[in-house]
Design a protein around this ligand. Structure first.
Ligand code: 5GP
Ligand code: ZN
Length: 138
């Protein structure tokens, strides 16, 4: 399963060279060319799945196992102070390459990013939270 014009299919399968940190039959882990911090990497499945919704459940489990392994190794080797896992799905969520990938982002006390990546906390009422809970669980 490979999509003709997908850059991550080409990178994951070695048709386009990349700075590879790890590779097995299922995944390739590469350095991001537009890193948020030093060592920012991406886990790419070798098969094409556009996003989390398309990713088979067993592969989702494998991605998380690999993310843990990479985070441990990278933390040791880079001596980073923390680690973010980020995974975007859909344009509305900031996804720009539509081949599933997990971001591995080493964090440093003095790095240039906001400590907490991503969002401004809202202030929903108890009623709003309850309405949302109902929408999801019922
Ligand atoms: P997204 O916004 O879809 O979650 O993340 C896409 C990521 O892929 C970005 O961080 C971007 O820098 C990275 N990226 C885009 N094109 C390439 C490429 O050709 N090679 C590598 N190594 N990373 C890429
Ligand atoms: Zn692809």
């Amino acid at each position: 399963m490979r999509e003709e014009n997908c850059i991550f299919c080409k990178i994951a399968n070695g048709e386009i060279p990349s700075k590879t940190l790890y590779e097995n039959d299922t995944f390739r882990v590469i350095l991001d060319v537009g890193p948020a911090t030093k060592g920012h990497a991406l886990i790419l499945p070798k098969k094409h799945f556009a996003d989390l919704y398309e990713l088979p459940e067993e592969m989702a489990a494998e991605v998380m196992k690999l993310a843990k392994k990479m985070a441990e190794t990278m933390t040791k080797k880079l001596s980073c102070d923390g680690f973010n896992l980020v995974q975007n799905n859909g344009e509305a969520a900031g996804q720009t390459v539509f081949h599933f990938h997990m971001h591995l982002i080493p964090r440093y006390k003095d790095d240039s990013q906001k400590e907490k990546l991503g969002w401004t906390p809202g202030k929903p009422s108890h009623e709003e939270l309850e309405n949302i809970r109902t929408m999801i669980v019922e």
